[in-house]
Design a protein around this ligand. Structure first.
Ligand code: PMP
Length: 464
């Protein structure tokens, strides 16, 4: 830790966090792009927490929308009633798809959205005329993360997160390779033939499990936390759509992390000339003000349910919660009114340039990739061989710690590589959509310093 760094909070937490023993920093104030720790230090939030806080913290309009809604109608039960903010929010989300989507299920978290989406896919096939009850399978991708409820974790191909729950996970889910050009592209292979190869792999998987038994293929257009902001290669999603269509399966896109403007368009699929049948969103839907996620269901899916039982056999107590929807609605209105997606594109390009200038030649930065205001850096021991540092080193976490501990402190989102050595540690940058050039300069400078001090610290400790 540097001489300018402050000690971490010394108290033990009563909250069951992921790590029971790691000392916990307490955030006591959050305003704009910054939050303040109980030790008085101000930290620039360069990742919006977990890629969530898309308009910054402490927005007065959102606070007012929440307060007004709580006073007017705090809670409604979705089984019998609708409410204005939920209707307005879902209408706005549908309108953002230029007529592709017909209804939105509002959930409390991305994991629940994944579960709901999977159930919706299953129900679609049960209500088709004639029904296809044999469709019980999902195909997803290796290394993917779609949430941590048992359903969403079953769909996820993230080995480490699945490991101890493996015996409890759902059957009938299989995984194919992710689209990750940095790691997957063979020497001398073009993007086009790489995509063809991945399409063949998916086609073969359909054949292997029985093409008429698959409900949906599930993928993130830009892989977030699992791999660290890896965009699909050009034409990949289109090729996957084609295979799904060939076998009558649905395409389910997970935009919980990369959606709702994060990559420069409201939906990441809008940059790919592809429309999903079912889509999940989360994080930036509510910008962190209240917990919310959503499942967008296409006309194709809703038409079938409409003509069928007219029911979605799934529901939750806090589904379409008016106060939560009022917060998200205001966040989305601010994004539109302030034309923040234009800033995502502009500042995204600026961030990419700054990262490449500062860290493009760094001996241990193997790959810089992303889109919009969603960028990941993957670290390697040897750039030529793309050999990752051992995950036991905890490099990404060490960089995160250093980034917080130095002045100016920044929050970045760390991710651990795979234990099989096929994937390196990474960090994610996902600043608010209203981030400025000055803040980006600070972020990139601070990140560079944090990488170097983490490496020095680990080398000094004899760990590399
Ligand atoms: N899908 C993706 C792509 C995610 O990144 C996440 C969260 N990191 C989830 C699903 C699960 O969302 P939540 O943590 O809100 O349950």
């Amino acid at each position: 830790m540097s001489s300018t760094s402050q000690p971490l909070a010394q108290t033990k937490s009563a909250v069951l966090h992921r790590d029971l023993h790691r000392q916990t920093l307490e955030i006591v104030e959050a305003q704009g792009s910054y939050f303040t720790l109980s030790n008085g230090r101000r930290i620039l939030d360069a990742s919006g927490g977990a890629a969530v806080s898309c308009i910054g913290h402490g927005n007065l309009q959102v606070q007012k929308a929440i307060a007004d809604q709580v006073v007017q109608v705090d809670y409604t039960v979705s089984l019998f009633f609708t409410n204005k903010p939920a209707e307005q929010l879902c209408r706005m989300m549908i309108d953002s798809t230029a007529g592709s989507m017909a209804r939105v299920f509002i959930a409390n978290s991305g994991s629940e959205a994944t579960d709901a989406a999977a159930k919706l896919a299953r129900q679609y096939f049960l209500e088709l005329d004639p029904p296809q009850p044999q469709r019980i399978r999902f195909i997803a991708r290796n290394g993917s993360y779609h949430g941590n409820t048992l359903g969403a974790l079953s769909i996820s191909g993230h080995k480490a997160r699945r490991a101890i729950y493996e015996p409890m996970l759902l059957p009938n889910i299989s995984h194919v390779s992710a689209c990750n050009a940095y790691r997957g592209l063979a020497p001398d292979e073009t993007d086009e033939s790489y995509v063809e190869r991945l399409a063949d792999e998916l086609d073969n998987e359909f054949q292997r499990v029985g093409p008429d038994t698959v409900c949906a293929f599930v993928a993130e257009p830009i892989v977030g936390a699992a791999l660290g902001c890896v965009p699909a290669s050009l034409g990949y999603l289109k090729a996957m759509r084609k295979i799904c269509d060939k076998y009558g399966a649905l395409l389910m896109l997970d935009e919980v992390m990369c959606g709702m403007g994060r990559t420069g368009t409201t939906h990441a699929w809008q940059q790919e000339d592809v429309v999903p049948d079912i889509q999940t969103v989360g994080k930036t839907l509510g910008g962190g003000y209240l917990p919310i996620a959503g499942v967008l269901a296409s006309n194709k899916v809703i038409d079938v349910l409409d003509k069928g039982t007219g029911q979605f056999v799934h529901g939750q107590t806090y589904q379409a919660h008016p106060t939560v929807c009022a917060a998200a609605l205001e966040v989305q209105r601010i994004i539109a009114a302030d034309d923040l997606l234009a800033n995502v594109k502009l500042m995204g390009e600026y961030l990419e340039r700054a990262l490449r200038n500062k860290l493009g030649d760094h001996p241990h930065v193997g790959n810089i990739r992303g889109r919009g205001l969603f960028w990941g850096l993957e670290f390697v021991y040897d750039r030529q061989a793309k050999e990752p540092f051992p995950v036991t080193l905890g490099l990404a976490l060490a960089i995160h710690d250093e980034a917080l501990a130095h002045e100016p402190g920044i929050m970045i989102y760390p991710g651990t590589g795979s234990a099989d050595g096929l994937q390196g540690d990474h960090v994610i940058l996902a600043p608010a959509y209203n981030v400025t050039k000055v803040e980006i300069d600070m972020i990139v400078q601070a990140l560079g310093n944090a990488i170097d001090s983490a490496l020095t610290r680990l080398v000094t400790a004899g760990k590399t």
